[in-house]
Design a protein around this ligand. Structure first.
Ligand SMILES: [Zn+2]
Length: 654
């Protein structure tokens, strides 16, 4: 498991309560032994999303999504298993030991640069390095209030809370103090170079120096709250000095995939919190927005806003406010960002700050109320766009036609057809033009846009393919193994649905017919539970066993929840009593037919299981046979046994 010890996974399973967890995303309502909500995974008006505390399990009777706390996080946050564990560990304060601490203290300690070290171990070392440096830079700042960086920071009027919340720090006015600090902690120069902390002199490649010197340090966190890099601001007014020096691309720092402030903002964007994201220009703006009461604010880090960053935000919210600079460059950025956001289904609004200020200045000069007011007055992106283009193109007929064309290009980007129609009608009305004409134009524009999108998607896919050069997958299951698994799944379903089937199965499925696979163990458990009448605990045990393996199908999930909990189909109105009775009888007949069929499937599947075990046994015998010397007397015994098995198999097939 990518760098996460089993104990941590167990602790997460034990500590996280599914009701508590899901409630932190969506409001749940208690209903009998369950909790209900409108499903977060499909859109619905009456709640069919059901959380059952005693089984630590959820199931949606509408769309069939189901699972435990970890799968909920995977689904909702759109992350893989290790990431879900990390998110949960963070949320519930479960400590994940860093790679360094997990290694044995003596003996086989591996140092970086060691070829045996895996890629994920290497990344964990870099995370640790950055965390240590973050602490150290922050300490430098606290301990040197007279230093120029601290003096400069004082002029920016940041509150102590903001400085602490974003862990601002100071790099020393020295060529190698960070290098010395990190080397004392056991990091190598190779690691420091890989993390972008040190560089080599151009004229003397053997000499290395700190990249960040005498600068105000902004640690940069990834989505999960790990420090992955730094952005360092100069305090000199020298126009030749680079205003910001940033960590270069490293194994843990990928510029286009990081949003500054995201680790704090992501939990604030949901519908039961602030209900949207706010995208700002830079780090100081994000800090100001958080201080002004908008902890849902983020900024693209070191690059223009990218589709990857937009997709990251889309996992948390479908609404965004663009709070970029209120000048010409800012307007251009609004258009560029909207082009990325609209196709992803975002509802986009634009915030303008009075007097062309940015949030940082505005907060300093006019306080948080001024910011809150500007955010409150955010306008719909298309309103904003209409204003900009009308001003640019003028109100002559030709100007209006140009404005319509410009805005239709943006409307064509919208994901939803309904929104496209609605905005085209709005545009026609706003400009006093015929809406029919605009629709025709929209269709043409949309076709061109679709072609462009397809080209772009192909390009993205190619890039993604290059990135995901993952190691080869495990050997695929053989046909026989697939059939065996399917048979087990069907047996399990029949057993869960029909109490009396367990008796049949109990007689016909001796324990040796089942291997140690999770499904086989579950089948065995159900048979025993039903026969011993200890049924009530067994769904929970089955869930625990099968969920982590991804083995619970929709049908199985429904059975595990208990069919009686599924919402009943409504009886159509306007039927006579007799018709209703007939409908019920027909339903019962259908149920009987289904049961008969299920029992037939059960006996077929049991034969299949038997055959599978026979084949496995026969293969073992044949292999042994092939390894024996030609004159080994054991061969005769083996032949007899193989013969018996062949006859048994023939009988089964009949
Ligand atoms: Zn659903």
């Amino acid at each position: 498991m990518a760098g996460i010890p089993e104990e941590v996974i167990d602790t997460v399973r034990a500590r996280v309560d599914i009701v508590d967890l899901i409630q932190s995303y969506i409001p749940l309502k208690k209903q009998g032994r369950d909790f209900k909500a409108c499903c977060p995974f499909h859109s619905e008006k009456t709640p069919s999303f059901t959380v059952r505390p005693d089984r630590q399990y959820y199931h949606c009777f509408g769309c069939g999504k189901h699972g435990n706390a970890i799968s909920f996080v995977m689904e909702r946050e759109n992350v893989d298993f290790p990431t879900a564990i990390r998110l949960l560990a963070q949320k519930y304060n479960i400590y994940i030991p860093e790679e360094e601490e997990r290694r044995p203290r003596s003996g086989a300690r591996q140092y970086p640069g060691n070829p045996e070290q895996s890629y994920s171990e290497k990344k964990d070392r870099l995370f640790l390095l950055h965390e240590k440096l973050r602490e150290w830079y922050a300490m430098n700042l606290r301990n040197n209030p007279e230093a120029p960086v601290a003096q400069y920071l004082a002029t920016r009027k940041l509150s102590p809370e903001s400085i602490q919340r974003f862990s601002l720090g100071m790099s020393l006015d020295s060529w190698d103090s960070a290098m010395v600090f990190a080397k004392n902690l056991g990091f190598t120069e190779a690691e420091l170079a890989e993390g972008g902390i040190i560089k080599t002199f151009d004229d003397n490649p053997s000499k290395r120096y700190d990249l960040f010197r005498n600068r105000l340090m902004f640690p940069i966190w990834d989505e999960l709250g790990r420090v992955v890099g730094f952005s360092a601001r100069t305090i000199e007014s020298d126009p030749k000095a680079m205003k910001y020096v940033n960590t270069p691309e490293t194994p843990i720092f990928k510029k286009g995939r990081i949003l500054y402030g995201m680790h704090l903002a992501r939990s604030e964007m949901s519908d039961n919190k602030l209900g949207c994201a706010i995208l700002c220009e830079g780090q100081l703006d994000v800090i100001a927005m958080h201080a002004a009461g908008f902890p849902n604010s983020v900024a693209a880090e070191g690059t223009a806003f990218t589709p990857e960053q937009a997709r990251m935000l889309r996992r948390y919210t479908g609404r965004i406010k663009l709070a970029l600079d209120s000048d010409a460059a800012g307007t251009k950025a609004v258009f560029r960002d909207a082009e990325i956001l609209l196709p992803l289904g975002f509802d986009v609004k634009v915030v303008r700050f009075p007097g062309g200020k940015d949030p940082d200045e505005l907060l300093k000069q006019q306080g948080r109320e001024a910011i809150a007011e500007a955010v409150e007055q955010a306008v719909d992106f298309f309103e904003f766009s209409l204003r900009v283009f009308s001003e640019k193109n003028g109100s002559s007929p030709a100007g209006k036609a140009q404005t319509a064309k410009d805005i239709l290009e943006q409307i064509a980007l919208l994901e939803s057809e309904a929104a496209k129609t609605a905005y085209t009608a709005w545009l026609a009305e706003s400009l006093g033009l015929s809406s029919d004409g605009l629709y025709a134009e929209l269709v043409r524009t949309a076709r061109k846009e679709a072609e462009r999108k397809e080209r772009y998607a192909r390009y993205e896919q190619e890039r993604e393919d290059v990135r995901n050069q993952t190691p080869a997958a495990p050997a695929p299951e053989t046909q026989a193994q697939k059939r065996y698994k399917k048979a087990l799944m069907e047996v399990l379903e029949v057993l869960l649905e029909y109490e009396d089937a367990a008796v049949v199965a109990g007689e016909q499925i001796p324990p040796e017919l089942l291997d140690q696979s999770p499904l086989a163990v579950a089948v065995n458990e159900v048979i025993q539970a039903k026969m011993l009448d200890e049924w009530s605990d067994s769904p929970a045990r089955i869930i625990e066993r099968l969920e982590p393996q991804g083995l619970i199908s929709q049908e199985l999930s429904l059975l595990l929840m208990g069919k009686e909990d599924a919402p009943e189909e409504p009886i159509p109105e306007g039927l006579t009593e007799e018709q209703i009775q007939e409908m019920k009888r027909e339903k019962q007949r259908a149920l009987n037919r289904k049961k008969k069929l299920a029992l037939k499937v059960l006996s077929e599947d049991i034969n299949l299981l038997k055959e599978f075990r026979l084949n496995v046994r026969m293969e073992q015998l044949m292999e042994r046979f092939a390894r024996l010397a030609p004159d080994d007397p054991e061969k005769l015994n083996l032949m007899a046994e193989i013969g018996a098995l062949t006859r048994e198999r023939a009988a089964l097939r009949k």
